[in-house]
Structure formats: C-alpha cells, structure tokens
Design a protein around this ligand. Structure first.
Ligand SMILES: Cc1ncc(COP(=O)(O)O)c(C=O)c1O
Length: 408
C-alpha cells in the first residue's frame, strides 16, 4: 500500500528514519561501552521492538504494563522506575524486570528484600536539585517540591549505611529535549552531591531527555561525560532516551474536513490536538507541518501596507494583534473536530487556499503521540502504519468503535 492510499487520520512511522536514529545511538554505545535503553513511555510501537533490539541493549518501563511489553516484545535488558509501586504488582514486575529503580528510601525498605531475594539489581533515583531547563516546570523533576528522586538531605536523613550498601545503582532523570552541555552541568551536581556513594555502585543511569539524534546535538561531549563517569567511579553507564529513538521518524496524516471563517479562516481537520497529539496543548507547541509556512514572518505586530489583501486574514502575533506578512499568502488556523474550544493545533500559511479533502502531514509525530491518544468525544483513534524502507506502507493497528466503547 502507498502512503496516498492510507485512510486518515493515521500515524505513519518511517522504518528508515528509526534505523538512522538507532545507528547514531549504537555508535555511542560502541564507542563508549555505555548501554542505551528505549524509554517506552515515548514510543511503544512494539512491532519495531525487534529492530530496536538489534541496536539497543533493552528497554525501560514506567510501570507493570510497559515492563511486560518490553519483556514480551524485546526480551533484552528490562528496567523499571516508578515513584511508587503497588504491592500486588511487585512479584510480576520482578518476573519481567532485571533492574528495579525506587524513588524513595521508604520504597526501598518496603520492597528491597524482595528485589534482593529475586536476584534483581536495585537502584535509587536521586534528585540532584539542579534545574537546567527554563519555562516547562511540568517537565522539570528538579522544580521545587518535586516528588521525583531522593535529595541528598533525605538520603542522609532516612537511609542507613546498610541500606545504601544494598544499592547497585544510582539513577537520575532531569533533562527534557536537551543537549549534552546541560547533561555536563547536571553531572557536576550529581557528583558533588552523590559522588562518594557512586564509588560504591555498579551502575549509574543518566535517565532520558537527551536529544542525541538531533542534528545540533554535541555527541562528543556526551561521550566525554560517559567516559568520565566510567573512569572516575568504575560504573556501567546507562542512558534511557525515548524521544531520541523516534525523533523525526513519524508523521500524522490528516484530512481537511471543513473550512469556517470567524475573523480568520479555520481549517477543521479529522485529527484533534486534544485526542491525538496532546503534547501540542500540554507543552504547548506548534507542530511542524509539511509544506506550510509560519503565519507571520514579522512579529512586531506592525501594520504592513498591502499585506491584508495578500493574506486575507488578520493574524495574532505575539502580544500585539496586527496585520503581518505571512511566509505564504493564505493563513489558516488548524483545529480539531472535538467540542473543546481550545482544540487548536496552530496557525500556518499556505501557498494555495486550503480546500476540503486536502491531506496534510504533521511532522515529528512518532514520539509521545500514539502512547497518549484518547477517544474524548468518541473520536476515532488514528491507525498506526509502518512505512518500510522501500516506501510501502503496512497498517499495523486499526481502531474502531469497540476501542472507544470497551474503556467505558
Ligand atoms: C525516568 C525517565 N526516563 C526516561 C524518560 C524519557 O525521556 P525522553 O523521551 O525525553 O528522552 C523519561 C521521560 O519523562 C523519564 O521520566
């Protein structure tokens, strides 16, 4: 099947692009001897786990179901971290996972004995209290009052020498879509606070948030950071990126259902930000759209003579509302078909007027999308399609009414 023949909405994941990302990650593993795991929370399209497993050392999970998926579908190293585990799930988790990371000394006291008895490796997530990201407090585990990770103060106050000695590893996760300069800053904080304990550990896990497969990512600095930890503390180094595995490796294909005009032209699509790409609203961000331009090039809000005729729309730009010159002449707000007034994907400009039935391609839609979809308003879930390296498309999962009904 060709891409043009697919019914919309659908996620199309490109095998070739996933492989390109995996080759970059594998090169880091080969050159440094570190271990890279897939963080399934970002990308759980398990039909690709055999391919991912050819390159990476395994997977990491956020809970029982991801742990089981990684165990069943990848079958390599299987790690897990959760802020708090359910007692009735622990035995099953220990069946699937070889590395169990706890968030607090209390969780270690509760479950540490079981982990030891099962012969599994045990780690503690620490909080180095070192924020390196601005603007997205919900993505910052080092923000004030964060529940994620044990601070040095709590570790000293709550853990006995024996409990600390029972640990095999230290885990930290503080980054989000960041470069290796921020990792270097974070590592410094981790070493300053937890360095003395690291000498006693077998492994350290740098968490996720490393945008390793982005063109401007400084991989040499990442390798230096890894080697520094290996040499200073004699530890195995793990990284568990999610986004980097499937970055720019998928699109969301959608169709224009209707166009309305309420002071500006609005294209209503058969996909929804709220249901199919919730990060667009949560983060928030405007996803790249193939072939489309920005709504306005000049962001001063200045009125530009003649621009209004050209674009036929008034554009909000920054704080000021005004008429600006868009990159392309026809400006539209693209929005979903749900009842949510804020189900808006963003404003874009086009070379030609949009019409019903036009197909659009949102870019970079493999990560944090399929794993987050929902059927609010009874919305249909997008099909999940794999585009092979020869360009043929295979529908891996297709959804219907039953998928909506069965959860209610
Ligand atoms: C503990 C942990 N590990 C790994 C990841 C993956 O991060 P990313 O997909 O940004 O690389 C996350 C993301 O939230 C996380 O919380």
């Amino acid at each position: 099947m060709k891409r043009e023949e697919l019914r919309t909405p659908c996620f199309v994941v490109q095998e070739g692009k996933i492989r390109e990302n995996l080759e970059i990650l594998k090169e880091i593993e080969d050159e440094t001897g570190c271990h890279i795991l897939l963080a399934q929370k970002a990308f759980s399209m398990y039909s690709l786990y055999p391919l991912i497993g050819e390159y990476l050392d395994g997977a990491t999970a956020s809970g029982l179901y991801e742990a089981r998926l990684g165990y069943e579908e990848m079958g390599k190293e299987n790690h897990i971290f959760s802020p708090a585990y359910r007692e009735e799930e622990m035995d099953e988790i220990l069946k699937y996972c070889d590395h169990i990371v706890f968030n607090s000394p209390a969780q270690i006291r509760k479950y540490g004995g079981k982990v030891r008895a099962a012969g599994r490796s045990m780690g503690l997530r620490v909080n180095p209290e070192c924020s390196t990201q601005e603007g997205h407090a919900i993505y910052d585990p080092c923000a004030p009052f964060s529940r994620l990770g044990t601070t040095l103060e709590r570790l000293r106050a709550e853990m006995t020498e024996e409990e600390i000695r029972s640990l095999d590893g230290i885990h930290f996760h503080t980054l989000c879509e960041q470069n290796s300069d921020d990792l270097a800053v974070t590592l410094k904080a981790v070493e300053e606070k937890f360095g003395p304990y690291l000498h006693e550990m077998k492994w350290v896990n740098f968490g996720g948030g490393h945008h390793i497969t982005r063109p401007d990512y400084d991989r040499e600095l990442l390798k230096q950071c890894i080697r520094h930890m290996q040499e200073t503390y004699g530890v195995e180094v793990y990284l568990e990126p999610g986004e980097a595995v499937a970055l720019n490796a998928g699109i969301l294909l959608t169709e224009v259902l209707e166009i309305v005009d309420n002071g500006m032209k609005i294209g209503i699509l058969d996909t929804s930000a709220a249901c199919h790409m919730p990060d667009v609203l949560e983060m928030p961000y405007r996803p790249p759209l193939k072939g489309a331009g920005d709504p306005a090039e000049c962001c001063s809000g200045e009125k530009i003579e003649g621009a209004a005729e050209n674009m036929g729309n008034t554009v909000e730009s920054g704080k000021d509302a005004g008429v600006c010159c868009p990159e392309k002449p026809y400006v539209y707000r693209l929005a979903g078909p749900t009842c949510l007034a804020g189900d808006v994907i963003g404003d874009y400009s086009f070379a030609e007027p949009l019409k019903c039935g036009d197909r659009l391609e949102f870019q970079d839609m493999a990560i944090y999308t399929m794993v987050k979809t929902n059927t609010f308003n009874g919305m249909k879930l997008p099909d999940i399609v794999l585009e092979r390296e020869d360009g043929t498309c295979e529908i891996m999962r297709s959804f219907g009414y039953e998928d909506f009904k069965m959860r209610l």
